[in-house]
Structure formats: C-alpha cells, structure tokens
Design a protein around this ligand. Structure first.
Ligand SMILES: Cc1ncc(COP(=O)(O)O)c(C=O)c1O
Length: 383
C-alpha cells in the first residue's frame, strides 16, 4: 500500500492494521522497554525497545508511504534526525547547506559537527549558480530547506536533484515547512527527506519528534544501524501522537493553505506592513516554481514591520495568535525570528538573508480566517 492509493487514504491507513489481539482499529501505544522471549533465541521479532517498537514501526511506515520512500526512521526530535543524517558523512567531507536554514541546524553544523572535521558552505540554494560554485572535490551532501524559514525562499528540487545525481552528492531535503501533502522531494529525485514531526506531521503542538525517510538501500541499512547504535529514537507515546496527527494531514494542510493565502493577501493590503513573504503571492520571485513543485503554498507567512519596536508592539498586542516558537499546529502562532528561532545566527548573516529586526513570522493555524484577520487588524493598529 504505497503509491497506489491517494494521499489522504494512505495518511489514514498506511502502516496500520487493526490490532491482531483485540481488533482495536487504532495502533496501540506499546509502552514497553522489552519483550518476553519464549525460549533462548525464540521471539516474535521484538527483543528490546530501542531496536524495535511496534508503534514506532507503524509511524515510520506511515510517513514513508506519505513521502513515497522505502523506509522511515522516527527520531527523538527533528535535530536528532539531522544529526543522524550527518553520520552518512566522514571526517573531511563537505556539505552545502541552504543559507537561511533553521537556526538550530546551523548551530548543530557550526558548533558541534565542525569539531568532527566536517566542513559546511552556506549558499542560496535557490540560485543554481551558487550551488555549482560551492561544490568541492570533497562535497558529499547537499542539505536544503524549501521553503526556507522564515523568508520562504524556494529551491528547485528537480534541478538540484539532477545536479547532485550527476556529481554523486547525496541530496537531503528538510521538508518540515511544506509537509508531504504540499511537496514530495523523493518523487523529484531527492535521496533523503527529513522532518521535524513536531510541526505539521504531529500537527497538534503536543509532541517533539523527527523522521528520516530514505529510498536507497545502503542509506537505509546505515540509518537503521545508527538509529539503534545512537539510540535517539522516538518514544511510543510520541510516535502514536504523530500517527494520530497524520490521519488528518490532508484536511489540515488544505486549511493551512487557505489561511496562509488569506493572511498573505490581507497583510499585503495592509498600509503598516512593509513587505510580505509568501510563495503563493504573484509578487514572490519564485511564484512560478512554487506552482510547479508545491500543492498549495503552506501556512507560513513572514512580514516586515520596519523596526524592532514595531515588531515588539504587534507581538505584544495579538490575542488570538499566540506568541510562541514552533509552527505547523492547528493553532496560529506568531514569532520574532531575529530574537527567537534565529537568535543563534550571527547578526550579519541574519541581515544578509532578510531576517531583519522588524520581521514577524506567522504559522497560520486552521481557525476561522476572519478571526485571525481581526486579531491582526487590532494588533497592527498600534503602529
Ligand atoms: C525546518 C526545521 N527543521 C528542523 C527543526 C528542528 O526540529 P525539532 O525542534 O523537532 O528538533 C525545526 C524546528 O523548528 C525546523 O523548523
């Protein structure tokens, strides 16, 4: 049951059979650390829960089916997933990374992985020429986000897959911002997809988790080994919450798409807003690419209020939108990238990628659009 059925059907059924012992339609939370063996060397395929857990296996199969991949690996967080991917590299290897990548990814690469003689170059991966110019003889991985956080710049997945394949570079896509409903990088030639399931896949802001989806047998074998060797696994309760979340992924993403577009249009027409970043707007420089590789334009919107004081005033006055980090939940969140998600990115780099002090980011939830607009209208009225 992989690509034959529609996305919404797979979201609800893939990886899940009624529980054989009771018929329970929902996969149980196997909250256990070990499994009793009938005799020495005789067991049901489960020995120890770091290595195998049925709830985790179900969510891995489910998300792999949604991304069109052969195997999934559920991790303790999105960062744990990215850390595991880095083990595909060896000391001396070089990685090309999207320049306005998530701040935590930048921190992991610069503050932790450089200590292990890995080298990183950050470029605008939306510009093929910059990617080509950054390739070195030791470049082994291209790691991108599209759309990026928080400026919502895009990279052309099919083109980058082609460039990577020809040069034997592993192409990894962080698909957290889009979700597999909106875009499926493996279909366009990527080797590996990662997610912070904390966001759209869980969708209810009640669990932290990560997922790796791979297609290549050698990668799958290594990642399975590393998942057990390093042990950064997703616990059964959190795995179950993601399974519960993906059941409604299709309808939630349709609602996120609609509210994202609605808020982007509303902000564009607002006299106090200086600039709006949203791939669904015809003014977005990569709108044509967005139409080509995305199904809808997502729930993430950023806008520039012009100054730190203005951003503070708006953030201090919202009532329905909650001032919080994170994204992708059913409730709308609002945040200040320069001091929150991107605080660990040096100021010069922040300014270069457009993360100004006046920038505000919204994760549009699935509330009624008019209520969100009313809240922003009253919050922006202080400016
Ligand atoms: C695009 C992206 N990738 C990875 C992560 C890290 O995920 P987690 O917080 O689940 O470790 C985040 C978190 O915000 C993110 O936005």
């Amino acid at each position: 049951m992989k690509n034959q059925q529609g996305f919404a059907t797979r979201a609800i059924h893939a990886g899940q059979e009624p529980d054989p012992s009771t018929g329970a339609i929902i996969t149980p939370i196997y909250q256990t650390s070990t499994y009793v063996q009938e005799a020495l060397g005789k067991h049901k395929g489960y020995e120890y829960a770091r290595t195998q857990n049925p709830t985790r296996s179900a969510v891995e199969a489910n998300v792999a089916a949604l991304e069109g991949g052969k195997a999934g690996f559920a991790c303790a967080s999105g960062m744990a997933a990215i850390g595991s991917i880095a083990t595909l590299l060896q000391a001396g290897d070089h990685m090309i990374v999207t320049d306005n990548t998530y701040g935590g990814t930048y921190r992991l690469f610069e503050r932790v992985l450089r200590r292990y003689q890995l080298d990183f170059t950050y470029v605008d991966t939306g510009d093929e020429a910059q990617v080509l110019a950054a390739i070195k003889p030791n470049t082994k991985m291209l790691f991108i986000e599209t759309p990026t956080n928080p400026i919502l710049r895009l990279s052309d997945l099919a083109r980058l897959a082609d460039i990577s394949r020809k040069r034997n570079i592993k192409f990894v896509v962080d698909n957290t911002f889009a979700s597999p409903y909106i875009q499926r990088p493996l279909d366009l030639g990527a080797d590996i997809v990662i997610h912070s399931t904390t966001k759209y896949l869980n969708g209810h802001s009640d669990g932290v988790g990560g997922m790796i989806i791979a297609n290549n047998d050698a990668d799958i074998e290594w990642l399975r080994f590393v998942q057990n060797a390093e042990g950064a696994i997703l616990g059964p309760m959190d795995a179950w919450l993601v399974l519960r979340g993906t059941k409604t992924l299709a309808v939630r993403m349709q609602a996120h798409n609609a509210n994202g577009m609605g808020l982007a249009e509303f902000l564009t027409g607002h006299p106090k807003v200086q600039k709006v970043y949203y791939p669904g707007l015809t003014t977005h420089p990569q709108h044509e690419l967005a139409k080509r590789q995305m199904r809808g334009f997502g729930g993430m919107i950023s806008f520039d209020t012009g100054s730190l004081d203005n951003a503070k005033a708006v953030l201090g006055r919202v009532r329905l939108l909650a001032l919080a980090e994170s994204l992708g939940g059913v409730e709308s969140l609002i945040s200040h990238p320069a001091t929150m998600t991107h605080a660990s990115v040096p100021e010069a780099m922040r300014n270069a990628i457009g993360v100004t002090d006046g920038l505000v980011r919204i994760s549009a939830g699935i509330e009624d659009l008019d209520d969100l607009k009313d809240d922003l209208t009253q919050a922006l009225s202080v400016l």
